[in-house]
Design a protein around this ligand. Sequence first.
Ligand SMILES: Cc1cc2nc3c(=O)[nH]c(=O)nc-3n(C[C@H](O)[C@H](O)[C@H](O)COP(=O)(O)OP(=O)(O)OC[C@H]3O[C@@H](n4cnc5c(N)ncnc54)[C@H](O)[C@@H]3O)c2cc1C
Length: 448
Amino acid sequence: MTELENILKNEFPESSLILDREAMEPYSRDETPEKLVFYPDAVLRPENTEEIKKLLNLANSYKFPVIPRGAGTSRCGGPLPVRGGVVVSTERMKKIIDIDTKNMFVLLEPGVITGEINRTLKETGLFYPPDPASIDSCSIGGNVATNAGGPHCLKYGVTRNYVYGLDVFTPDGSELDLGGKVLKNTTGYSLLNLFIGSEGTLGIFTKILLRIIPEPVYKSLVLAIFNNLNQATEGAIELLRRGVIPDALEFIDRDCVMAKKSQESELPDLKVGNYLLIEIAGFSKEEIDRYLGALGDILENAEDILVADQPTQMEALWKFRRGISEAIDTENLIIPEDIVVPRTKVPEVIMLIKKIAKKRKTGIYTFGHIGDGNIHVDIVSTGDESIVEEILSIVADAGGKISGEHGIGWTKRKYLHYSRDKKEIELMRKLKKTFDPNNILNPDKLFI
Ligand SMILES: Cc1cc2nc3c(=O)[nH]c(=O)nc-3n(C[C@H](O)[C@H](O)[C@H](O)COP(=O)(O)OP(=O)(O)OC[C@H]3O[C@@H](n4cnc5c(N)ncnc54)[C@H](O)[C@@H]3O)c2cc1C
């Protein structure tokens, strides 16, 4: 038994601690396509915040890394213990503590699976909009730490726009209680916003206060199928320019559709093409009909437009969209980029990326939240990683950023300079040092 194991065994109950190597296997990996594996020295599954505080105090005394982990669905190695240490998994902290339907807030623990929030709110007429495609497997703590996005963020905003309060343990073991049920707050630096998107490097969240809003009653889902890739992407941009702001506006290129259709049995009759999936929602039937009319006019280049208004049809189409990442993951992918560019640059950037695929004789899949300019770019590996730099240069030239929602984590830190300049990176390093002088919390993430 190592010294660290001895220390932990003396301090924590058996029910919270995992020291057995085989039992630690699930915590050695995440959903990064490169299938990385790093074993921790131990896993702590706290049931209460006292255990988190104690662990951080020990980590500062004995100088070992502590790595916060939600549900481990990161696509960039965020919760991996790359230099060992203790993984803190929030899997047993999954209480929905309070639903305040009058002020419209919900208070919960970080380990709650995101999809559980709206299932719990179902009867209240309220909902929490951010909906990553991993909604039924990721945790709300992980969503806050990565500022997760999803299809509905086009109309409603991303995770950051819904987090109004956080209980956080900073790396020195002290607790902060940030924000509250106030809709405006101009009382100094927004520490709350500094923690959102900090990828487990500045603090461990133990309670999260989310704003919730009334859920539209009427919904329709439209699938527009285009033969021509450019007409699909231009069509999406034109919709928004003409004032049609759907609840969601998703793009799936022909390569993704073919990969998914080769596995999918629920929708075998769908034509192959470049897809736009458009959700229209509102509080009256007239509102929906008005939008559907406008859609038909604007998307005149579509080969086919299908309208689904039955819940089972809509769910089948959404399932198709959510399954794209996994359908492609069967290939030998390298770093799936989740680039974000100014909306109007999307058609040009996708065309340039497809040209690179042709030139390098490989496959590049593109799909995602086109209304936000946030496109997932999944590259089939030829063993030559310079393709990533070529794509990121195009993104930077278009005024874009290397991640719109997945974060930087471990795998993309070498590319951070494509999105942040030297001065900014230096300032972020100083912040990290101020919060975490011993560099114990999720070290080696974000920065090289
Ligand atoms: C099929 C698939 C589809 C996906 N689709 C989307 C999508 O549409 N949009 C999107 O944004 N992402 C998407 N993702 C990526 C991933 O689901 C998100 O990044 C998600 O927010 C991670 O949550 P998690 O609970 O799995 O966190 P983890 O993967 O466990 O951790 C992610 C980061 O959060 C930190 N962290 C976790 N919990 C805490 C806490 N309590 N306190 C402090 N830090 C913490 C970790 O240290 C790590 O840096 C997808 C992933 C997959 C596999």
